[in-house]
Design a protein around this ligand. Structure first.
Ligand SMILES: [Zn+2]
Ligand SMILES: [Zn+2]
Length: 296
């Protein structure tokens, strides 16, 4: 793309538009950003960090308002536990601190890593269909990673050392999605980042925009699953294998079962789905194990 360095973003945009009439508006904005920055690592780093903050706090905002104004109270899952403004503020401060100290330095490694594995940053963008099926694959892969690693984090020593922080809120709210130990953020976040990278290493076909949209949707999923609200119009009523708040809220309340992030199948297949019947079954199994141990 023949674009010269420019002092002003909109000059870059005009320049890009002049030489690339075939691009759509979003593609021009994108190309102009890289042309304006003249430093791809910085361009990707700043865009990634800004996107994460905007989406995380932007998506949490409606839930904060719903809690503060007492809206939809009839749909609150643990209706007696409304987070106070102070609780939400303390949580937001800690999440922001960990974004700046732990995630920001890592985001700077993102572009070199993306380049190493051959992610495209160029325009035109991939087709909607390509982005949609790739994102569906990432959801399935990440959910698997999350299930097993999250389940491992509930093993006594790991729970005490790492995962306990995330369980500080037994009635979660949107902002609490990333309220966790930096080690946990790294372990579970690894699934979010490495699933697309693995895909790209195998197929050689992934655009960084697809990766961004995936991360945005994964953030939406995590925040909504922690929202504490279950609506008649929640997604799992239409997609029965979708997890949602209905699935994750009880994990925070009971500290057991429902380990997956986006889907219900792993918990169902490996008998960790939290239902009154399964609790009874788990208890009986535990008792049987204890008796057989005594007998030996
Ligand atoms: Zn947990
Ligand atoms: Zn959680």
């Amino acid at each position: 793309m023949p674009v010269a360095a420019s002092n002003n973003y909109w000059d870059s945009f005009d320049e890009v538009s002049k030489y690339n009439v075939h691009l759509n508006f979003a593609e021009k904005l994108w190309a102009a950003w890289y042309a304006y920055m003249q430093n791809d690592v910085l361009a990707t780093g700043i865009m990634s960090f800004a996107m994460h903050e905007l989406v995380y706090f932007g998506r949490s905002l409606p839930w904060i308002l719903i809690d503060s104004f007492g809206l939809f109270r009839q749909y609150k899952i643990q209706s007696d536990k409304i987070p106070t403004a102070r609780e939400q503020w303390n949580c937001a401060k800690l999440v922001l601190l960990s974004h700046i100290t732990v995630e920001l330095p890592q985001i700077w490694l993102f572009h070199p890593m993306a380049q190493y594995f051959g992610l495209a940053t160029t325009v035109p963008f991939p087709s909607l269909w390509t982005m949609a099926y790739q994102i569906a694959v990432f959801f399935v892969l990440e959910d698997t990673w999350h299930y097993f690693l999250h389940r491992a984090l509930h093993w006594g020593p790991l729970y005490k050392a790492i995962h306990k922080i995330h369980h500080q809120y037994s009635a979660p709210f949107g902002l609490a999605a990333e309220y966790a130990s930096p080690i946990e953020v790294m372990i579970l976040g690894f699934g979010t980042v490495s699933c697309p990278i693995l895909w790209c290493a195998i197929t050689g076909d992934l655009h960084i925009l697809t990766m961004y949209i995936w991360i945005v949707l994964r953030l939406f999923q995590a925040i909504d699953a922690h929202s504490g609200y279950e609506f008649p119009w929640s997604l799992h009523h239409f997609l029965p294998f979708w997890a949602g708040a209905d699935h994750h809220d009880v994990h925070h309340e009971k500290f057991v079962g429902n380990f997956a992030s986006s889907f219900r199948w792993w918990d169902y297949v490996l008998d960790t789905e939290y239902t009154p019947e399964s609790v009874k079954r788990w208890r009986e199994k535990k008792q049987a194990n204890a008796t057989s141990k005594k007998a030996n």
